[in-house]
Design a protein around this ligand. Structure first.
Ligand SMILES: *Cc1c(COP(=O)(O)O)cnc(C)c1O
Length: 467
């Protein structure tokens, strides 16, 4: 399978190169040139597969040129062996035809584990084959950093350096990163804010001389195609369990960077009968403003009770724009250029109407988030995390059918975000058993000034590939 850039200028690449590349050289994002399509008869045959077996079926067409079947089999088996529930993505029923799919049974208790546990292993495999090494430099305000660290911990050929703003992430989030003791994992607490950390990552990518050709720099942020690919699997898994291909289902997805819900859109294009895809946002609602009013405009950031969805612009949105414009890379390059200058854009009405056919959208406030946690707990005794509560609220408000099952993706375990739970007047839940000693574990991190030269020097003196 070939992958092409949304801006039409960068060379087409195979899976292996897309995995290592991150952003395309023309500034675009890579997408498959054509998507694999599955027939209803084929989907029907998958009803008896467990999660890892299904993942193999869905992922194979994307990677077949680069990874032989038996190697992929082992990578996927190892990936999902790190989850603490044998169903991997178990479903909970909230009401008649209303479900949540729990995507928080991975090592760091959020859905990002589904993609990053796989990404780390794929990277390691491809690097070993090419006899190359990679350094990952990333910035995190919470979930992504811990999931990336857990995903790369077992990698022989990857060193990972994650910057977080010193004293500005929650204690659970910090400890999930800093208690991973491994000779390829480095936590840097930067005296600065998240934007300072992010800016240093960008500069590292722009000028990679500090690596002295000892390793390549790799991005693990949500624009990496392999992350989307891994997320397509659980849409199939949930839908098949509730009757696909004989019955279509709907999904409501708590959304920030548009990665997770874009995977649902891909699943639908691959032949999964999905009725409705609901984009659920918090107050940072750029996607809702686009879908409901054809205005894609950057606004100020508002901190909310669902911090993993606090974004100003959605980095994967360009992939949808590409399809809405008949995959015309030049048109996207022009549009993104305009957006970068003006901070706002609209598209031709007939294209926008197409987007409205594909997605519904809904914005949910902090007050509604807390009220939903309270209400669902009263109705069922089930405790939602604030991100998931946004999904449930959005599903209830904008579902267009009571016949199709509605599935909200539960993107995090409630223990990760106790503020909203406490505001709902409920007791914060206990840590799951594999993390009960999190607060006693030894932490390992280095505090550094907000200075690029200090960070790069740290990488050179501590990275395994510089020795
Ligand atoms: C990252 C994250 C999201 C948003 O996912 P996107 O793919 O960026 O839309 C939602 N909920 C939680 C808990 C997350 O960690």
């Amino acid at each position: 399978m070939k992958y092409i850039s949304t801006r039409g200028q960068a060379p087409a690449l195979n899976f292996e190169d897309v995995l290592l590349a991150g952003l395309a050289s023309d500034g675009g994002l890579y997408v498959p040139e054509t998507l694999p399509k599955f027939l209803p008869e084929q989907i029907a045959e998958w009803a008896s597969l467990n999660y890892a077996e299904l993942a193999e079926q869905v992922i194979t067409p994307f990677v077949a040129d680069s990874i032989p079947t038996q190697d992929l089999h082992k990578i996927i088996q190892d990936t999902y062996a790190s989850f603490s529930h044998t169903a991997i993505a178990p479903m909970q029923q909230l009401a008649a035809n209303e479900w949540v799919m729990e995507l928080f049974h991975g090592p760091t208790l959020a859905f990002k584990d589904f993609a990053l546990q796989l990404l780390g292993r794929l990277l390691d495999y491809v690097l070993a084959k090419r006899d190359e090494r990679a350094v990952i430099v990333g910035a995190t305000s919470g979930d992504t950093g811990s999931a990336a660290i857990e995903g790369c911990r077992p990698c022989e050929n990857v060193d990972i350096f994650i910057m977080h703003p010193h004293n500005r992430v929650s204690e659970v989030q910090r400890r999930q990163m800093t208690t991973v003791i491994s000779d390829n994992v480095f936590n840097l607490a930067i005296d600065g804010n998240f934007d300072d950390c992010q800016a240093m990552v960008k500069t590292c990518f722009a000028n990679q001389n500090f690596l002295q050709n000892k390793a390549r720099l790799v991005a693990v942020n949500s624009i990496n195609w392999a992350r989307i690919m891994a997320q397509v699997v659980y849409y199939f898994y949930a839908a098949i369990h509730l009757g696909a291909p004989h019955r279509s289902v709907s999904f409501s997805v708590p959304t920030g960077n548009f990665g997770d819900i874009f995977a649902g859109y891909i699943a639908r294009q691959m032949g999964l009968p999905i009725n409705q895809l609901v984009v659920a946002t918090n107050r940072n609602d750029i996607l809702h403003r686009f879908i409901s009013g054809n205005q894609y405009a950057k606004e100020q950031l508002h901190p909310t009770l669902s911090p993993s969805m606090d974004i100003m612009i959605s980095s994967n949105f360009e992939r949808l724009l590409f399809d809405l414009h008949g995959r015309d890379g030049q048109a996207i390059a022009t549009l993104m250029e305009q957006f970068n200058v003006q901070g706002t854009m609209s598209i031709e009405p007939y294209r926008w109407e197409q987007a409205q056919q594909l997605f519904s959208s809904c914005r949910v406030s902090d007050e509604e988030t807390v009220a939903t946690i309270k209400q669902v707990y009263a109705e069922t005794g089930y405790l939602l995390d604030p991100h998931t509560a946004i999904g449930v609220k959005a599903a209830r408000r904008c579902r267009n059918s009571q016949v199709n099952p509605m599935i909200t993706l539960a993107t995090a375990h409630p223990v990760k975000f106790p503020d909203a739970i406490v505001q709902a007047g409920l007791a914060s839940p206990e840590l799951p058993h594999h993390l009960t000693d999190l607060f006693e574990r030894q932490e390992h991190y280095q505090v550094l000034e907000n200075k690029l030269t200090d960070v790069q020097q740290y990488i050179q003196t501590h990275g395994r590939f510089f020795k």
